[in-house]
Design a protein around this ligand. Structure first.
Ligand code: NAP
Length: 245
């Protein structure tokens, strides 16, 4: 049998830039081996080279959340090289309908958004869950958004009350449902499943209009990815605490 390292191993999807890249950096700084997922090989390898240049233990793993063949290949790679997966961060995401009204958003935009932000995250998780079960401290973090909270959307005093793109917001609400249902299924295992809201963070996703830095945005993801054994599961958190569903 192959001997595998005792170091924790994490995988972050959509990590060639933005919050995902910074999540990889912060996890690797904690001494975790991190697999940096990217759908584009060149962009992924460039990002890996940058982090390796900072002395971090980071490797490239090709994965397109919309291409299940890459999920199977990723499972085989991780199985062969590490034997298990301790941390999965479903970070890859798109926002296509920022300027569209709910009454006008086209079906293609809705479907494309759900394909990446919801179905993609589920497909990746299902493919890698057997490896997460082999960890004695499995952690799954679904990178959601405060915009997925129906409670906040119903509160006229909420600071993002006017921000109502249906495709993006509903895809994150659905992702939160996956968190709750999967956490329930896994409640008697060592795996914890949580949703993270990074907050409005300056990245390409919002043309850098966000007021948080990627360091700040990634921090709640990293905290949930490294929860102790008595940490929460089935929850929804930002860096100030619990976010209402
Ligand atoms: P970003 O800079 O645009 O990064 C998005 C990442 O997802 C990129 O690496 C992109 O890869 C990747 N991606 C997109 N589609 C993919 C696919 N099919 N397969 C694999 N990777 C794919 O955005 P970000 O702000 O860092 O967003 C990261 C996550 O945080 C998203 O889930 C987003 O919804 C969430 N979030 C962001 C904010 C915010 O204010 N920025 C707030 C709340 C939640 P390419 O470079 O190849 O396109």
């Amino acid at each position: 049998m192959t001997e595998h390292s005792n170091k924790r191993v994490a995988f972050v999807t959509g990590a060639n830039k933005g919050i995902g890249l910074e999540t990889v950096r912060q996890l690797a700084k904690q001494g975790i081996t991190v697999l940096l997922g990217a759908r584009d090989e060149q962009r992924g390898k460039d990002a890996v080279a940058k982090l390796q240049g900072e002395g971090l233990d980071v490797q490239f793993l090709h994965l397109d959340v919309n291409d299940a063949t890459t999920h199977d290949a990723a499972r085989m790679f991780i199985e062969d090289n590490f034997g298990r997966l301790d941390i999965l961060v479903n970070n890859a995401g798109i926002a296509l309908d920022v300027a569209q009204k709910p009454s006008e958003v086209d079906m293609q935009t809705l479907r494309k958004t759900f394909d990446t932000n919801f179905f993609g995250a589920i497909s990746v998780t299902q493919a890698l869950l057997p490896l997460n079960r082999k960890s004695d401290a499995g952690r799954i973090v679904n990178v959601s958004s405060g915009l997925g909270s129906l409670t906040q959307h119903s509160d006229p005093t909420w600071k993002f009350y006017e921000v109502k793109p249906l495709a993006y917001n509903a895809s994150k609400t659905a992702l939160n449902a996956f968190t709750v249902m999967l956490a329930h299924e896994l409640k008697d295992t060592a795996i914890k499943v949580n949703s993270a809201d990074p907050g409005f963070t300056a990245t390409d996703l919002n043309a850098h209009r966000g007021y948080k830095t990627v360091e700040q945005g990634a921090s709640i993801i990293v905290r949930l990815a490294t929860l102790p054994s008595d940490g929460a599961t089935g929850g929804y958190f930002d860096d100030e605490g619990v976010v209402p569903w």
